[in-house]
Design a protein. Structure first.
Length: 467
C-alpha cells in the first residue's frame, strides 16, 4: 500500500477555503501538534481543529479525492507516536469536540464527545454518585477519544478492565468519509459483528471516533489502600499472588522494583525510610474499594496476608490524605525516571502474572549485556510491567533500542505481549511480526484495506513497512 503524504499547495488553499479559521497553518499551531510523549517530532502540513462530525467527514472525503494523509489526534500524550503525521499530511485535532453530552443516571451511562478529558468525565460522573473506572496515569491530560483509540488501561484494570470494557457504542467517521454507528446504548447487544471493539484499540487507523456511549458503575462508597515493602521482588510477587488466591480482588495491585524505589524513597513516611537499605527491596501498593464495611474488612485481611508473607514494613492508608500520599509514591516514578536520564525508552510489556518475577529477574542480565539501566514498575495484578530503559547519554541510544527488543522477545517467550496498554503506533511496529503470525497479520491488513482503500487515515501506523 502507498502511504499518502502532505496535501500540495493547491489542495491546502482548497482546505483553507473549506474550513476557514479552523484550518491552522501558523508555525506555532503546527509545532504544538508535532510531538507526543514518545519523544518523536514530525510536523504536519496543517491542522484541522475539528468542531463537528461534518467537518471530520468532509476532511476525509477530500483526503480521498486528493490523496493526502489525515492523522487523528487527541491530547498527544501517547507514548508510541500514533498521533504524529509521519508522512506530512493534516493532523485532525479532536480536542475542541469536548462536550459531556449527557450523564444518564437512570441508565448509568455517559455520552461524550472524544475530546473530553478522562479526569473531567470521572469527576462529572462522581458528582452524580457514578464511577467511570478506567484510570490511565495520564487521566488529567489525555482524552476519552485517545483512550478509546489506544484502549487505555491503568491500575484499576485488574478489577474493572480497560477502556474497551466501558465503550457500549460509538459514532465514527470511516476513512471514506461515511459515518457509522457501532454498538448499542444498552449493556448487552449481540447484533452483527462487533465493530465497536474493532475500532477501540485501532489507534486511529480505521476510523475517527466522534461520539461515545460509555458504561458507568455506582461509585464505591469507600476506597482504601496500603503499601508494603518486601526484601525483594520475588517476595513482593508472592504476596500479590497470595492476596488474589485467598479470595480478594483488589481495585489495584501495583509494584515498584528496587531501582524505582530508590528513586522515590524520599516520599515514603519517615518511620519507613530506614527499612529501605537501597538494596533489593520492592514495594507493592494494594487498593480495596466497595461498601464501607466490606472494604475496611478486606483491607485488614490484605494487611494480615502482607505481614504473613514477610513484609518489612506496611504503610496503611485508610483515609483520602494517606491514600494520596501512598499513590504519590507510585505516580512519581515515571516523571522521576524521565527527569533523571538523557535516553529513555518506555516499554509496556505484559506477562502472565505468575511470571512477573521471572521477567524482572532476567533484567539484570539485559542491563549488563547492553550497558544500560532498566527501571521496572507497574500493574502486578494484570502482569503489565512498565520497563523504562535508560542511559545517561544519547550515544547509547542504539544499545537502549537493542535492549528494548530483547525485553520484548523475553516477554513473548514467557507467554506475554509487547504492549499491555500503550499501543504500537510508530514506536513498536517493527516488532509486530515477533508477536503476530503472518496469517493473522494478513487478516489485519485486509481489514485496513477494506475500510481505508486509499490508505489516507494514519498511514504507516501499526504495520511494519509497505506490503
Ligand atoms: C505521564 C503519562 C502517563 C501515562 N499513563 C498511561 C496509563 O496508565 N495507561 C495507558 O494506557 N496509557 C498511559 N499513557 C499513554 C497515553 O496517555 C494514552 O495512550 C492515552 O490514551 C492517549 O490519549 P490522547 O488523548 O493523548 O491521544 P493521542 O496521544 O493524541 O493519540 C493516541 C492515538 O489515538 C488516536 N486517536 C486520538 N483521538 C482519536 C479519535 N477521536 N478517533 C480515532 N483515533 C484517535 C491517535 O491517532 C493515536 O493513534 C501515559 C502517558 C503519559 C505521558
Amino acid at each position: 500500500m502507498q502511504h499518502p503524504g502532505a496535501p500540495n499547495a493547491e489542495v491546502l488553499t482548497l482546505l483553507e477555503r473549506e474550513f476557514g479559521a479552523d484550518l491552522l497553518t501558523a508555525p506555532e499551531a503546527v509545532e504544538a501538534r508535532s510531538r507526543d510523549d514518545s519523544g518523536l517530532c514530525l510536523p504536519p502540513a496543517a491542522v484541522l481543529l475539528a468542531r463537528s462530525e461534518a467537518q471530520v467527514a468532509r476532511l476525509l472525503t477530500l483526503a480521498n479525492e486528493h490523496l493526502f494523509a489525515v492523522v487523528p489526534r487527541g491530547a498527544g500524550t501517547g507514548l508510541a507516536g500514533g498521533c504524529l503525521a509521519e508522512t506530512g499530511g493534516v493532523v485532525l485535532d479532536m480536542t475542541a469536540m469536548n462536550r459531556i453530552i449527557a450523564i444518564d443516571s437512570d441508565s448509568v451511562t455517559a455520552t461524550v464527545e472524544p475530546g473530553v478529558l478522562t479526569g473531567d468525565l470521572r469527576r462529572a460522573a462522581r458528582a452524580q454518585g457514578l464511577f467511570y473506572p478506567p484510570d490511565p496515569a495520564s487521566l488529567d491530560t489525555s482524552t476519552i477519544g485517545g483512550n478509546a483509540a489506544t484502549n487505555a488501561g491503568g491500575p484499576a484494570c485488574v478489577k474493572y478492565g480497560t477502556t474497551r470494557d466501558y465503550v457500549l457504542g460509538l459514532t465514527a467517521v470511516l476513512p471514506t468519509g461515511e459515518v457509522i454507528q457501532a454498538g448499542t446504548a444498552t449493556r448487552k447487544g449481540v447484533v452483527g459483528y462487533d465493530l465497536t471493539r474493532l475500532l477501540v484499540g485501532s489507534e486511529g487507523t480505521l476510523g475517527v471516533i466522534t461520539r461515545l456511549t460509555l458504561k458507568l458503575l455506582p461509585h464505591p462508597a469507600r476506597q482504601q489502600c496500603l503499601a508494603a515493602i518486601y526484601p525483594d521482588l520475588g517476595a513482593a510477587m508472592r504476596a500479590i499472588i497470595s492476596v488474589m488466591t485467598r479470595g480478594h480482588l483488589p481495585a489495584a495491585m501495583e509494584f515498584l522494583d528496587a531501582r524505582c524505589l530508590k528513586l522515590v524513597g524520599d516520599l515514603l513516611p519517615e518511620h519507613v525510610k530506614h527499612k529501605v537499605s537501597g538494596g533489593r527491596e520492592a514495594l507493592v501498593l494494594i487498593e480495596s474499594d466497595g461498601g464501607a464495611e466490606e472494604t475496611a474488612r478486606e483491607a485488614a485481611s490484605i494487611e494480615a496476608i502482607c505481614r504473613e508473607l514477610g513484609a518489612l514494613a506496611i504503610i496503611p492508608a485508610p483515609d483520602d490524605e494517606a491514600r494520596e500520599a501512598v499513590w504519590k509514591v507510585r505516580r512519581s516514578v515515571s516523571t522521576r525516571i524521565h527527569e533523571s536520564c538523557a535516553v529513555y525508552i518506555p516499554e509496556d510489556i505484559a506477562v502472565p502474572i505468575g511470571r512477573i518475577a521471572e521477567m524482572v529477574g532476567a533484567l539484570p542480565a539485559v542491563e549488563e549485556r547492553f550497558g544500560i539501566d532498566i527501571y521496572a514498575f507497574g500493574h502486578a495484578g494484570d502482569g503489565n510491567i512498565h520497563l523504562n530503559l535508560t542511559a545517561p547519554d544519547e550515544a547509547a541510544r542504539p544499545r537502549v533500542e537493542q535492549a528494548a527488543e530483547e525485553c520484548v522477545r523475553l516477554a513473548l517467550s514467557l507467554g506475554g505481549t509487547m504492549s499491555g496498554e500503550h499501543g504500537v503506533g510508530m514506536a513498536k511496529r517493527h516488532l509486530l511480526p515477533l508477536e503476530i503470525a503472518p496469517a493473522s497479520l494478513k487478516v489485519q491488513r485486509g481489514i485496513k484495506r477494506l475500510l481505508d482503500p486509499n490508505n489516507i487515515l494514519n498511514p504507516g501506523k501499526l504495520f511494519p513497512g509497505e506490503e
